[in-house]
Design a protein around this ligand. Structure first.
Ligand code: OAD
Length: 238
C-alpha cells in the first residue's frame, strides 16, 4: 500500500471523530460527470452556460429550458454508490465517522447507507412547489416533459440550491459544527472552487487534514496529506 494511503488509514483507525467533506468527484466513479473536469458538465456545449441554466433567475424566466437540461444532465438512471460512498457508510456504522458534508445532489451517500449526510446544495431526489411549498415526489419533476406544476398552478422546483440562492442556514451551521470539532477531516472529489461551500475548510482546527482529489486544488498547501488519485481506489484500501 502507498505510504500516504497507509498514513490516512492510520489516522482513521485511531480516531472516532472523522468528518468527510466532498463534491462531484466522489460520484464520477459511479458514472456521474463532475462539473469542472475536461469531460465535466461545464465543458459541454449548451445554448446557455450550465452555470446560467442552474441559476435562480434562469429557472424563473425559462423553466422549460431549465427542465430540459435538468432531465438530460442532472437525472442519471441506474447509478449506484461506489467504493468511496460505501466505505464512508461503513465508517459511520463503525462509530468512526461523524458526518458526511457534501456538495452533491445525487443522494448516493444515503443510497450507500450513510445516515448523517449534510447536503449543502440540496437533493435532486426532493422537490416542492415554488408557490405554495407543497412537497412532491421527485419523479414528477425528474421524468416526463415540460414544466411540472402543482395543483395550485405553481411551478414545481427541485430542492437544490441554484446559483443566486443562499445555502440553508441550519445545514451550514451543522456543517461548521462538525468540521470545527473534527479530529480528522478528509476532503475529497472537490475542486474547492465554489463558495461558500469551499470556505468551510477554514473552520477545521486540527492537524489531520487529508485531501484526496485527482487534480490540484487551491488548498493543497494547507493540507497535512495530499493524495492525487481516484477516491474510490483510495477508499477501497482504507
Ligand atoms: P468540480 O467539478 O468543480 O470538481 C470535482 C473535482 O473532483 C475535480 O477537482 C476533479 O479533479 C476531482 N475528481 C473527479 N473525479 C475524481 C475521482 N474519481 N476521485 C478523486 N477526485 C476526482 O465539482 P465540485 O467541487 O463538487 O454547485 O463543484 C462544486 C459545486 O459546483 C457543485 O456542487 C455545483 C457546481 O456548480 C451547484 O450546482 C450549486
Amino acid at each position: 500500500m502507498d505510504d500516504k494511503i497507509m498514513q490516512l488509514k492510520k489516522w482513521i483507525d485511531e480516531s472516532d471523530n472523522v468528518v468527510f467533506f466532498g463534491g462531484a468527484g466522489v460520484s464520477t466513479e459511479s458514472g456521474i460527470p463532475d462539473f469542472r473536469s475536461v469531460d465535466g458538465l461545464y465543458n459541454q456545449k449548451w445554448k446557455y452556460p450550465p452555470e446560467t441554466i442552474l441559476s435562480h433567475s434562469f429557472f424563473v424566466k425559462y423553466p422549460e429550458e431549465y427542465y430540459r437540461f435538468h432531465r438530460e444532465k442532472l437525472v442519471i438512471d441506474g447509478v449506484k454508490p461506489n467504493a468511496a460512498h460505501l466505505k464512508l457508510a461503513e465508517l459511520e456504522q463503525a462509530g468512526k465517522l461523524r458526518a458526511v458534508v457534501t456538495q452533491n445532489i445525487d443522494g448516493l451517500h444515503q443510497a450507500a447507507g450513510s445516515k448523517k449526510v449534510l447536503e449543502l446544495h440540496g437533493s435532486i431526489l426532493r422537490s416542492y412547489c415554488s408557490a405554495c411549498g407543497r412537497p412532491y415526489p421527485a419523479d414528477k419533476m425528474n421524468r416526463g416533459e415540460g414544466v411540472p406544476r402543482c395543483a395550485c398552478g405553481g411551478v414545481i422546483r427541485p430542492d437544490i440550491v441554484l446559483y443566486e440562492e443562499p445555502l440553508d442556514d441550519a445545514v451550514v451551521s451543522e456543517a461548521i459544527r462538525v468540521i470545527s470539532g473534527a479530529e480528522v477531516l478528509i476532503i475529497g472529489g472537490t475542486s474547492l472552487n465554489v463558495y461558500p461551500a469551499a470556505g468551510l475548510i477554514n473552520y477545521y482546527r486540527g492537524n489531520k487534514l487529508a485531501l484526496v482529489n485527482l487534480s490540484e486544488t487551491p488548498y493543497d498547501d494547507e493540507a497535512d496529506l495530499v493524495i492525487h488519485e481516484k477516491i474510490g481506489k483510495v477508499f477501497s484500501q482504507l
